[in-house]
Design a protein around this ligand. Structure first.
Ligand SMILES: N[C@@H](CCC(=O)N[C@@H](CS)C(=O)NCC(=O)O)C(=O)O
Length: 228
C-alpha cells in the first residue's frame, strides 16, 4: 500500500495534487497528515521528506518527493493517470508542467485557504496576467478535447495539477472566463474534491504564516472552518 504524506488540507496546495488524483482514480493509499508548524507530538517534515516538504509518497523502500515526480511514478504503474490519446497527453503534460513551474503571482497572492472567502485589496497586473493565462489554457483544453475535464472525458493528472486553482477560484472569487465557470463548478462537485474540502473545513489547526499571507492581500469575508 502506498503511504502519502500531506499537510493541512486547508492550506497545502501541493499535497492536494497527488491526493486528489489518487482518490479520483481509485488508487489506494494510507494518508499520513502532518500539520504545518511543528506541533507537539507531530513528526518533523525532515523525518520523512528529503526536502522537508510535502507531498511525499512512500512505496515500500522507495521515497518519491515532489508532486510532479509522484504523479509520474503513479503513471508508470496505473492506467489513466494521463490521457490515453497522445495529443491530449502531450497537452496535459505541458499544461501541468506550466502549472508546476509558473503562475507565481497567482500562487503567492492567492494562497490556498479552502475554508475562507476573501475580498482582495487589489488585483495587480501580474495576477491579472496569470488569471488570463490560466483561463486561456483551460479554455484551450476544454475546446480541443471536448471536456468536461481539461484533457477530455475523464479526470486526469492535469485536472489534479489545477485542483488548487479551483479552490483559489472559490476563495478569491476569481473568474477565468469562457467555459471555465462550468469547469470550476464540475471540479468542486467531484467526490474527491468534496472529501478534501470537507476535511479542510473540519480542521481546527491554524498556521499563522499561512493566515498572515491571506490577511496581507485582502479581507476575510467568511470563515467556515471549525474552531478548536
Ligand atoms: N515543488 C514541490 C513543492 C512542495 C512544497 O513547497 N510544499 C510545501 C507545502 S504545500 C511545504 O511542504 N512547505 C514546507 C513548510 O512550509 O514547512 C512539490 O511539487 O511537491
Amino acid at each position: 500500500m502506498y503511504q502519502l504524506y500531506i499537510a493541512n488540507k486547508n492550506y497545502s496546495s501541493w499535497s492536494l495534487r497527488p491526493w486528489v488524483l489518487m482518490r479520483a482514480q481509485g488508487i489506494a493509499f494510507t494518508e499520513h497528515q502532518v500539520p504545518f508548524g511543528n506541533l507537539p507530538g507531530q513528526p518533523d517534515f525532515g523525518s520523512f521528506s528529503p526536502t522537508a516538504s510535502v507531498p511525499v509518497l512512500v512505496d515500500g523502500e522507495l521515497t518519491v518527493w515532489d508532486s510532479m515526480s509522484i504523479v509520474e511514478y503513479l503513471a508508470e504503474r496505473h492506467q489513466g493517470v494521463w490521457p490515453a490519446d497522445p495529443a491530449a497527453r502531450a497537452w496535459a503534460r505541458s499544461a501541468a508542467a506550466e502549472m508546476h513551474s509558473s503562475f507565481r503571482n497567482l500562487r503567492n497572492i492567492c494562497g490556498m485557504s479552502c475554508g475562507v472567502r476573501v475580498g482582495l485589496n487589489e488585483v495587480p497586473a501580474g495576477l491579472k496576467a496569470d488569471i488570463a493565462r490560466v483561463g486561456e489554457l483551460w479554455n484551450q483544453g476544454l475546446d480541443r478535447f471536448g471536456g468536461p475535464f481539461l484533457a477530455g472525458e475523464t479526470f486526469t493528472a492535469v485536472d489534479a495539477f489545477f485542483a488548487p486553482v479551483i479552490f483559489r477560484a472559490q476563495t478569491y472569487a476569481l473568474d477565468f472566463g469562457g467555459r471555465s465557470g462550468d469547469y470550476v463548478a464540475l471540479m468542486l462537485e467531484q467526490p474527491a474534491m468534496r472529501e478534501w474540502y470537507d476535511a479542510a473545513l473540519a480542521e481546527t489547526w491554524r498556521d499563522q504564516p499561512h493566515e498572515d499571507e491571506v490577511l496581507a492581500v485582502g479581507t476575510i469575508t467568511l470563515d467556515m472552518r471549525a474552531r478548536a
